[in-house]
Design a protein around this ligand. Structure first.
Ligand SMILES: C[S@@+](CC[C@H](N)C(=O)[O-])C[C@H]1O[C@@H](n2cnc3c(N)ncnc32)[C@H](O)[C@@H]1O
Length: 376
């Protein structure tokens, strides 16, 4: 099988757990970089990564890398790629671009020039050209310019991997599914002790924990992947991987996974989401203010994602909630390792506990902390 270079993208701060996931999947040449992890292998490695990775956003397959300071270098570099192996004139395409610290500064221009080079290649060869569909293309192409080096890749995932498909309902500030999965991974929870999210909102963190403990790959829930629309799609290979995954699923959780929230409507959404994710019968979800929380006896792992207020004045109003979280941890969570995820460090101080570890993570553009508390 032909070997390729792949790059799995993720949020800043998640690279280490993503690399561990890839290593556990048996990927070769796993190397951490800023914003993602590179690895090698045949198409099976890419299919497996798309099916199993919990913390990645996308899996990209590198086609070419070249120095690029001018529009001409970009155009020529893109035209040198054998596009007819990946694209037919009947297919649709879209080009995503990111540009940083380079002579070409406009990402829209870079995407346009790349698209021109691709369609010109096919038109010269076949007399007609593929059309553009930015929303739902058959082939998504990624072009990245960093310090005047251009990397052109195919997006194997299509729709980002965080969109598992189980979450149709939105409540306040839900976490992206792959960031929720990263919190579970970073907590070190292995499924053998209770997992509790007392501010579960739409249930994302608890659902990701249950999927992990039941060995359900998140990709089983999705409608499809980019690579399934490529001309060389290996249907048999994919069916084998899906079959293996289905056979490896557990039919019971080794330890309880519990989610609660003060909001009735959030809990109703969490129930719907858990059901769609296929874990509805396994997770315990109930309405309960954090002040009344009684977790299963420890040892256990708790992950809390309280609101952190973006507007002025909100911080003051949220201070008592953070203090209450601290009191509950001290009084009722003996034996637990608790992780608080917040974008507001001032508020975190109101918890009144000394963090044993602080992990920097980005929730979109917001710099956040995952704070670890050992409740002996
Ligand atoms: C940032 S959201 C959590 C989002 C969640 N991680 C998700 O992905 O949907 C914060 C949640 O804390 C809940 N909350 C606020 N005050 C609470 C309290 N006193 N007890 C329990 N939950 C509370 C809110 O209802 C909200 O769902």
């Amino acid at each position: 099988m032909k070997e390729h270079c792949f790059f799995a993208t993720t949020a800043k701060g998640v690279e280490e757990v993503l690399a561990a996931e890839l290593t556990a999947l048996g990927a070769s040449g796993v190397t951490r970089e800023s914003g993602g992890v590179s690895f090698g292998g045949g198409m099976e490695a890419a299919y497996r990564a798309n099916l199993w990775l919990r913390t990645a956003s996308r899996v990209l397959m590198t086609l070419a890398e070249f120095p690029c300071e001018t529009p001409e270098q970009l155009y020529d570099g893109v035209r040198a790629i054998p596009w007819t192996s990946y694209l037919t004139t009947g297919m649709t395409l879209a080009v995503d671009s990111n540009v940083r610290d380079s002579a070409l500064t406009h990402s829209g221009f870079v995407a346009l020039k790349t698209k021109d080079a691709i369609v010109d290649t096919l038109r010269d060869r076949f007399g007609s050209r593929p059309s553009v569909d930015t929303k739902d293309p058959d082939l998504r192409i990624n072009v990245r310019l960093f310090r005047n080096r251009c990397t052109v890749s195919l997006d194997c995932s299509g729709m980002p991997l965080d969109r598992r498909g189980y979450r149709l309902e939105r409540h306040e500030a839900p976490l992206k599914e792959n960031l929720a999965a990263a919190l579970v991974e970073l907590s070190g929870w292995d499924g053998s002790v209770p997992f509790v999210d007392p501010m579960c909102g739409t249930g994302t963190i608890a659902i990701e924990a249950a999927l992990k403990a039941l060995r359900i790959p998140p990709g089983l829930l999705r409608a499809g992947f980019g690579f399934q629309r490529w001309p060389n799609y290996d249907r048999l290979l994919w069916s084998r991987l899906v079959k293996e995954a289905r056979q490896g699923r557990l039919d019971a959780l080794p330890a309880p996974v519990v989610g609660s929230d003060i909001s009735h409507s959030a809990i109703a959404m969490a129930h719907q989401n858990a059901k769609r994710a296929g874990v509805g019968e396994f997770i315990q979800l109930e309405r309960c203010p954090v002040g009344e929380l009684i977790p299963p006896p420890g040892p256990g792992v708790m992950v809390l994602n309280p609101p952190y207020g973006k507007r002025l004045g909100e911080e003051e109003a949220l201070r008592p909630l953070y203090k209450e979280v601290g009191d509950v941890l001290k009084q009722r969570c003996k034996g637990y390792t608790a992780y608080l995820f917040t974008g507001n460090l001032q508020l975190a101080k109101s918890v009144g506990l000394k963090a044993a570890r602080r992990i920097v993570l980005f929730n979109g553009p917001i710099e956040c902390r995952l704070l670890k508390y050992e409740m002996y």
